[in-house]
Design a protein. Sequence first.
Length: 256
Amino acid sequence: MSGTAATDGRVLKHARLRALLLEQVGSTWQAHAAIPSERELMAAHGVSRATVREAIGRLVEEQVLYRVHGRGTFVAGPRVQSTLHLASFTQDMRRRGLQPSTILRSARLERSTAEVRTALALDSGAPAWRVERLRLAGGVPMALEVAWYSPAVLPDLGDQDLTGSLYALLGEAYGVRIERAEQTAWAEAADVALAEPLGVDAGAPLLVFRRTSATGDGRAVEHVTSWYRGDRYQVHMSLTDRLHPTRTPVSGSSAR
């Protein structure tokens, strides 16, 4: 492409360059492919670095592109849509035709917080397993999760292979089946500690879930917080008016 279209002032230049770059998304540049560097785009389109940065910045804001610190700018893929249900990350991704994988960042016994002790019904000062894992779908980071487990229920959890489905492991190794959960969700901006492993810029939107999971008889097993990339994940909900159950259900979706 030539840069002759971006010639009528800075505002028009970055707007036209944005349109030219957008044409390449999904055709020349596939999902999660790196786009050319700023210098290469300057030379290809005959524009200034400020124009390139402004055009790219607009596409990042629109979540068409995303930046990875120290690596460059990449094409955002379609968001994975999840219907709220009780399932492991591994099950959730496979159901959507994506290959799940896990990077275990840490697994150790730590002094539990008051929140964790309340959730897992632990004694004051009791330690718990703290497991931090980076979850990937199709080789691209999707979520970072920090989970706590009671050593009374899972005494040797730190010796297990924690790179697969933990729900499957709980059933196979300990005879523990997760059957119910209480979950809260909210939006949050990524700080530096979250942005680095997730491959996003600080300040990028995240969808956060905090869940306490239990067995069928109500024994709490897991207290986990998961930070999902807002550019890769969205949630679908079907809503019904409980006061009038015969009315037609209302469907909606939420994404940040």
